[in-house]
Design a protein around this ligand. Structure first.
Ligand code: ATP
Ligand code: MG
Ligand code: FE
Length: 348
């Protein structure tokens, strides 16, 4: 079973071909970074237009790379949300058009489920597992019990963690996007120089909060005035350490709850763009070892946005009999808890 996956929900235009054995036959990601950099963030109209300009060519290139044609496909999976709706519509409409023209089954994929199921593509992981989803728009802890079966343990009450990285980078005058830039700067920094807050640390539950941390960084920047490159490195390192400590603390609580719910100590999966962060992976490795379980972290390239994860979510759902209508609607907001478990009755 070979599935074409399409993704255009944010600022990456991505196309992939993945089969049900988990072979990634093509995985192309075209970043729009250069187009958004002058604005210091993603501009929705620019993103949508750029997806429209590039998606068709990228599909042709992916098929060429895999040495296959449309006739070799068994289905088309496209992100239908959540995300910037103008962008989402590009992959959604293109995917539906290909499915209609070729008489192929179409699967409407939730972008977050793409992140959530990546570990099953890369590590053949069985259900259930605990998921720490840390991305540009989300920060959540969930028990993943099956395809479409997510039990939410907690989430951010204000900013997403990727957003906190991006805003901190901006405050420090670092490059866009912020996550990788903060991580780079932090390498030569002293994480103990600034005593930044650890919001919600030590409190019961699995929620997160990052806005206070961001405010603390802003106040430090204002106090310092002109930042030297050492100041930047030290602030980046202090911020990154605070984030890792908070994520570890909340995840520890979630592991306790997960063990009570499932009788299993783990495993813990970390996914989403921020999962590319080396110091976070290190901290989570230490946590899981202490808790007697293991950390599964997909390669960085499959943590940030890509279409291999969308194709894979398509494989998982097609295998369960899901076929979505070509009327399926794109959704700017689409929480994981609102997903269905595919059942044969859903077939259209
Ligand atoms: P969502 O998945 O919530 O819809 P998104 O698709 O925009 O949002 P992702 O592409 O999954 O988000 O992740 C992008 C985020 O990951 C950005 O905020 C970026 O700064 C962050 N990020 C990427 N690499 C790193 C890194 N090495 N360290 C920290 N953060 C990182
Ligand atoms: Mg992105
Ligand atoms: Fe994402």
């Amino acid at each position: 079973m070979l599935i074409l996956g399409l993704e255009s929900s944010c600022d990456e235009t991505a196309v992939a071909l993945v089969n049900d054995a988990g072979d990634i036959r093509a995985n192309l990601v075209l970043s729009q970074l250069a187009e958004h950099r002058p604005y210091g963030g993603v501009v929705p109209e620019i993103a949508a237009r750029s997806h429209l300009d590039h998606l068709d060519g990228l599909i042709v290139k992916a098929l060429e790379e895999a040495g296959v044609g449309f006739d070799d496909l068994h289905g088309v999976a496209a992100t239908l949300g959540p995300g910037l709706i103008g962008g989402v519509l590009v992959a959604a409409t293109t995917g539906k058009a290909i499915a209609a023209a070729r008489g192929l089954p179409f699967v409407a994929v939730n972008h977050l489920e793409g992140h959530a199921l990546t570990a099953r593509l890369t590590d053949r992981l069985a259900f259930p597992y605990l998921l720490l989803l840390v991305s540009g728009g989300h920060c959540q802890l969930l028990a993943v019990e099956g395809v479409g079966r997510y039990r939410r343990y907690g989430g951010t009450i204000d900013d997403a963690v990727g957003e906190a990285f991006d805003k901190t980078a901006k405050l420090l005058g670092l490059d866009y996007p912020g996550g990788p830039a903060v991580e780079r700067a932090a390498r030569t920094g002293d994480a103990s120089r600034f005593a930044l807050p650890r919001p919600l640390k030590g409190r019961p539950g699995c929620d997160f909060s990052f806005s206070g941390l961001k405010t603390a960084v802003r106040q430090q920047v204002q106090q310092l005035g002109a930042l030297s490159s050492q100041d930047r490195a030290d602030l980046a390192a202090s911020f990154q350490a605070a984030v890792a400590e908070v994520l570890v603390d909340r995840t520890r609580n979630a592991l306790v709850r997960f063990r009570a719910d499932t009788g299993q100590p783990g495993p813990l999966v970390v996914a989403g763009g921020v999962a590319a962060n080396g110091s976070l992976r290190q901290a989570l490795t230490v946590l899981t070892e202490a808790e007697g379980t293991e950390l599964v972290a997909p390669p960085a390239k499959l943590c940030t946005d890509n279409a291999a994860m969308i194709a894979w979510a398509g494989v998982e759902r097609l295998r369960l009999g899901q076929r979505d209508s070509l009327d399926a609607r794109a959704r700017p907001r689409w929480p994981l808890e609102e997903l269905d478990t595919p059942t044969p009755e859903l077939e259209v």
